[in-house]
Design a protein around this ligand. Structure first.
Ligand SMILES: [Mn+2]
Length: 338
């Protein structure tokens, strides 16, 4: 766990004490970041070439892992999620067809450009301002290879800010966001951290990246969460009124008149009975089928999505929540591709 410590480069204070020139550190950091982006760029390029050689497609979901957990207010396990989700997607216990019949093994449906090497970059002492930009740049590199569309594997929820920022900057305008979560994640800052996983939607709304933000599954919301929701014009759907809201939420039509729809799924939107492997267990949530109904019936052009906050360190020994996260990714793939 040492490399995942909150402070980034653990010996940076020793370097400072030894009067190592800042320029030396910065130049090295720049090289590491360039190398990281080069690997993602080249993988995206190759995957784009392959799918064009296979006859092309209008839209292809492309996995991009962002193994970042240090902006969590409680546990940091989501940093370990992307490889566990991939493993479950391709696990032999189920077939590789989505519920509506799309073949995940078809590279014109789903492809993968790998992970942003978050821990390696942090180990070089790169701060969060810069790290968030690297995440945004990685997302843009995927989108550069039209028709690849980012399907991002978190990571804690702090990653949604640089991802949504990149998607809207690349598309040249705002999107509508469907955000499934037990929590609104809209604190101005949490414990002094503006990049906290509890503040990502405050950053997203301040940035003007979103026209409509719909938050669904809420059941842990403070007065600040409600006030911030009003301040930013967020449509907050709470679990206590879900039976009343169900029909509306299972027949959503979003993204018209803007650049499309972004879907952010925090695994803790689900009741812990369905998904125990999360950092913040919050009873009274959605069933897996509720989430499927909302996603499968949604009408709109889904331009990108993320699945965040799966914490493998809290999962059952048989990896139940990994399968849940993987199925969310599989069905989001069906939604995005075509
Ligand atoms: Mn949450």
């Amino acid at each position: 766990m040492a490399a995942y410590a909150k402070g980034g480069l653990r010996y940076l204070h020793k370097l400072n004490a030894a009067n190592i020139p800042a320029e030396l550190i910065q130049k090295g950091q720049n090289r590491v970041i360039d190398a990281s982006l080069t690997l993602i760029r080249e993988r995206a390029k190759l995957k784009g070439e392959l799918l064009r050689a296979l006859g092309g497609a209008n839209a292809v979901a492309s996995l991009l892992g962002v193994p970042l957990g240090h902006n969590s207010s409680f546990l940091q396990g989501p940093a370990f999620a992307p490889p566990r989700i991939r493993e479950a997607i391709w696990c032999g216990s189920t077939n590789s067809t989505t519920e509506e019949g799309k073949q995940l093994e078809d590279p014109r449906i789903l492809t993968d450009v790998g992970d942003v090497p978050v821990q390696e970059i942090r180990d070089c002492g790169v701060d969060d301002d810069r790290l968030m930009t690297v995440i945004s740049d990685s997302v843009k590199l995927v989108m550069e290879e039209d028709p690849l569309r980012p399907l991002v594997l978190g990571g804690d929820h702090s990653i949604s800010y640089p991802v949504v920022r990149a998607v809207t900057e690349k598309l040249g305008g705002p999107v509508d966001v469907l955000h499934l979560d037990a929590h609104p994640d809209i604190y101005d800052a949490f414990e002094g951290n503006k990049y906290s996983h509890a503040s990502s939607f405050a950053r997203i709304m301040e940035g003007g990246h979103v026209r409509r933000l719909l938050q669904v599954g809420l059941r842990s919301i403070t007065s600040e969460g409600r006030e911030q929701g009003k301040r930013f014009g967020v449509e907050q759907y709470e679990m206590r009124t879900f039976s009343r809201d169900r029909e509306l939420l299972e027949n959503l039509k979003l993204g018209e008149g803007v650049k499309g729809v972004y879907i952010s799924v925090d695994v803790d939107c689900l009741d812990p009975a369905f998904a125990p492997g999360v950092s913040h267990l919050e009873p009274g949530g959605l069933s897996f089928r509720d989430v499927m109904n909302i996603l499968q019936n949604l009408k709109g052009n889904v331009v990108a999505a993320d699945v965040v906050e799966f914490n493998p360190q809290r999962d059952t020994v048989d990896g139940m929540t990994a399968m849940v996260a993987a199925k969310l990714v599989r069905e989001l793939t069906a939604k995005i591709s075509g």
